[in-house]
Design a protein around this ligand. Structure first.
Ligand SMILES: Nc1ncnc2c1ncn2[C@@H]1O[C@H](COP(=O)(O)OP(=O)(O)OP(=O)(O)O)[C@@H](O)[C@H]1O
Ligand SMILES: [Mg+2]
Length: 148
């Protein structure tokens, strides 16, 4: 008989980097993440203006049957019914206050339905898969998934 060994090892934090050479690549990466990492449900998209966040979401939703995804810059949120369940696309660039975030009605939804949040760094803390977008050159972007 062995004896019990209890070792607490923190899970490795894994960075998965993609190099995108154009908007089509970024859409493909979005489609890949939507099938491979769907279980995360909350996707926190961080990166400068024009770094490819909306393009990524377009690919994510294209795979789920929507080919007309536009930025929810003014509405702050767009909601889609998909085979994966309800998907919310949120853009917090124009968020005025933390309180305004709660008016979007995501409180009951986070963790249950799929939510992609552009400018997620405007929130204090939300659990989910962080995805960073870096503008390298005119058509090149680095997209990094930070897996817990
Ligand atoms: N490799 C690439 N990946 C993504 N977009 C690219 C790439 N190369 C060029 N682009 C262009 O860059 C722009 C990216 O815009 P997009 O709306 O996706 O950025 P964003 O991060 O959502 O910006 P914002 O913060 O304003 O919402 C598009 O015009 C797209 O065609
Ligand atoms: Mg955008």
């Amino acid at each position: 008989m062995g004896f019990p060994v209890r070792v607490r090892v923190p899970p490795p934090a894994l960075r998965v980097e993609f190099l995108s050479e154009g908007a089509e690549d970024t859409e493909l990466i979005g489609a890949y993440v939507s099938c491979r990492f769907a279980h995360f449900k909350t996707f926190l998209l961080v990166g400068d203006l024009g770094s490819g966040k909306t393009t990524f979401v377009r690919g994510f939703l294209k795979l789920l049957g929507y080919s007309n995804v536009r930025s929810p810059s003014f509405t702050l949120i767009n909601t889609y019914r998909t085979p994966l369940g309800t998907v919310h696309h949120v853009d917090l660039y124009r968020l005025e206050s933390e309180e305004e975030f709660y008016t979007l009605g995501l409180g009951d939804v986070l963790g249950r339905e799929t939510v992609l949040i552009e400018w997620a760094q405007r929130l204090p803390y939300v659990e989910g898969l962080w995805i960073e977008f870096q503008h390298l050159e005119e058509n090149r972007r680095k997209i990094t998934l930070k897996l817990p």
